[in-house]
Structure formats: C-alpha cells, structure tokens
Design a protein around this ligand. Structure first.
Ligand SMILES: Cc1ncc(COP(=O)(O)O)c(C=O)c1O
Length: 364
C-alpha cells in the first residue's frame, strides 16, 4: 500500500512470549507454568489489588491527567521533585514518548544489536537511522558504542541490566563511557530490572548521580508484579520531563494502573518477598543447570539465559518443555537463536522445570 512508509513496511511486529491462554488453546493442556516473560511468580501485591478495586467505581471518569499522586509518591521515594517524574503505560510507554519528543529528521540512534526488542521496534518505527552494535561476552560493548557517536547521534539506549542476557554495566564502565557522550545526546537508561540488581556493589544506580542528559526508566511490571496493569515511569531533569509531558498520551496510564502503582509502593514486604524468591530461584537454577552441564549467563535479573549448542537444539528443548506444560522463551527473535531464557518461578516451579529438563536430556 502506497500510504505505508517503507520503513514501516519493513518492520516485524513484536512477537511476545506465549501466554498461558494461547498455550492452552494450542495444546489443550489445562495448566501451564509460564516462565517466559520475566513476570513475578508471586503475582501482584494484595495492596495493589485492593487499590485497583477501590477505583473501579470511578471508571467513568478520566484519570487525573497529571498522575499527581503516583508521581508524588515516586518523587518522595527517590528524593526528587515531582517535576522529575513522568508516568507511562509501562516503561515502554515512556520510551515511546521519548522517541516522539526528541528526534529531528537526521538524528540517529545507537544501541546493542541483540538487546531488548521493545526499543528496537520503536527505533525502527521512528524511521531514523539506527546503529546496532554487537555485544561482547553477552554484555554491552560500551567502547564500540562510544566510538560510534557522531554529530548526528541523538539517543543511546542501554538496558541495565540487559534483557535477554541478564548482564549489567558496572559503575566504573558507565562512568568511563559517560565521558565520551556529548551533552546533546540523550542516554536512555532502561532499568526495568533495577530492583533485582540494586544490591550488587558495582551496579550503577542511576538515581545516586543525576546527569541532565540521562533519563532513567523503571517499571512496576517486574519486581512489583503488575505487568498486566501497564505502569512504568521515567526520572530525569525537569526540562526533559516538561517536554515529554507535552507529547505524552494525555490520560496514560489508566486509573487502575495508577492506583495499582500507589498500592504496590505501600507494600514493602511483597517487594522483599519477591526479591528473596528471585534470589533463591536464581541460585537454585544456576546450581542445578550447572550440575546438568547447561551453560548459563550470570544474571542480575529475575531470569536466567541458557546457552545450547545449536538453534535446533534450543528449539527442541523449548518445544519439549512446552509439551510438558512449561513455557520458556527461545531467543531467536532477539538474535540469540541458540539461547533459551527461563524466568524465575516459585521454588515449586523451579524444581518442576529442572525435573522436566533432566527427563528431556535423558531422552536425547
Ligand atoms: C529491558 C526491558 N525494558 C522494558 C521492558 C518493558 O517493561 P514495561 O512492562 O514497563 O513496558 C522490559 C520487559 O520485558 C524489559 O525487559
């Protein structure tokens, strides 16, 4: 169709991991364990659920466009001003607003080739030139990214920790890299997995030092168990936020999403439980996968990426697990076809998947 721009025609739509409902339809199995999309196996906080229920009777009203209460709560949490906070329908919602706010026609983008697909989709949909640089040892190659910066570079996207590899950029690496970035270049620091990584001593929590050309993105989708509500936020200099707010879809995020975020922030014990379940799960999975001689990439997140000998091998394991009721994600869409990402589950789910993997490997 002539009315569709060629850069949109060339796009491939984002293909999410299989949902449980989809899996049921495909296989007719009653129960599935979903360990494919890095969701919280404990579910949302009861306080978030109560908060959502409490606004249901007001669903005929638009939410307050400024998102005042949740922005105020986040500002207090991070010791910044409300003017430093923007909300979005997930952190991807904020990412989308960023892409619509700052890019001039000739501006270019730089990121890693095989990192988070969500950014890649937005970058390609923007029609701007993007440079996708290979990762090194499953990590961002900041040296290569720094060397690629030109007068045209406007946005650099870094997921820290990264999805789908689970690795992170250290504080000293980021500090060194930052010296190569001109002020007119915006760095998007996507910290969707921040809560899982924050206690690593060399993890650079970007809120402890603020740069005017860095926007931090965080989300309620992972550690707070609210992926379905679509609620995330950005933290940055007020001049950036002020302009982002001009471009943002006015009533995003929805009324229940904002309420859920506020409820979740009030439930510290749910967050702590989640972090404990995740840490125990990572240790358990790492230990057992290693005993089975399955290679893994060290993870600072709520998932573990496993490495197999071939694309075919990874496909077969993914399919066999699926037929046994476990949904995991082969990473071909991310450019790692011989890798499978396994999200941490409850301890029962972690034990279950290891048991199935052992059986499958015995068969092969
Ligand atoms: C690195 C990264 N950024 C952003 C997101 C999306 O988060 P949200 O649900 O807040 O849009 C994800 C989700 O998988 C992710 O892995």
């Amino acid at each position: 169709m002539a009315l569709v721009p060629s850069y949109i025609k060339q796009l491939t739509a984002y293909k999410a991991g299989k949902s449980v409902d989809q899996a049921r339809r495909e296989l007719g199995l009653e129960s599935f364990v979903k360990m494919a999309s890095n969701e919280n196996p404990l579910g949302p906080s009861p306080k978030a659920i109560d908060a959502m229920n409490s606004v249901m009777k007001n669903m005929h009203y638009y939410p307050e466009a400024s998102g005042y209460h949740l922005r105020d709560a986040l500002a207090k949490k991070y010791n910044v001003m409300i003017d430093n906070v923007i909300l979005g329908a997930g952190s991807e919602g904020v990412m989308s607003t960023i892409m619509r706010t700052f890019l001039l026609t000739d501006d270019e983008l730089i990121s890693a080739k095989n990192s988070f697909i969500g950014f890649k989709v937005l970058a390609n949909a923007s029609g701007r030139k993007a440079h996708w640089l290979p990762m090194k040892n499953y990590r961002y190659d900041l040296k290569a990214i720094g060397e690629k910066i030109t007068d045209y570079t406007k946005i650099i996207y870094l997921a820290n920790p990264d999805n789908p590899m689970g690795t992170y950029i250290t504080r000293s690496e980021f500090d060194e890299f930052y010296t190569h970035v001109p002020e007119r270049c915006l760095i998007i620091l996507d910290e969707a997995y921040y809560e899982f990584a924050k206690d690593k001593p060399d993890y650079p929590d970007s809120m402890t030092y603020r740069y005017d050309n860095v926007i931090t993105l965080r989300t309620f989708s992972k550690a707070y168990g609210l992926a379905g509500a679509r609620i995330g936020y950005g933290l940055a200099h007020k001049n950036l936020i002020e302009n982002l707010i001009k471009v943002k879809v006015p009533f995003e995020p929805s009324l229940p999403a904002q309420a859920a975020g506020l409820g979740a922030l009030m439930d510290q014990s749910h967050l702590e439980n989640t972090l404990k379940v995740t840490q125990d799960g990572i240790s358990f999975l790492e230990k057992n996968l290693s005993m089975m001689n399955i290679k893994t990439v060290p993870s600072a997140t709520n998932f573990i990426t496993t490495l197999w000998d071939s694309e075919e091998g990874a496909k077969l394991i993914t399919e066999k697990l699926f037929r046994q009721g476990y949904i995991v994600r082969q990473l071909n869409a991310f450019g790692w076809p011989d890798a499978i990402r396994i999200s941490v589950g409850t301890m029962e789910q972690n034990r279950g998947i290891i048991k199935k993997l052992k059986e499958i490997l015995k068969e092969n």
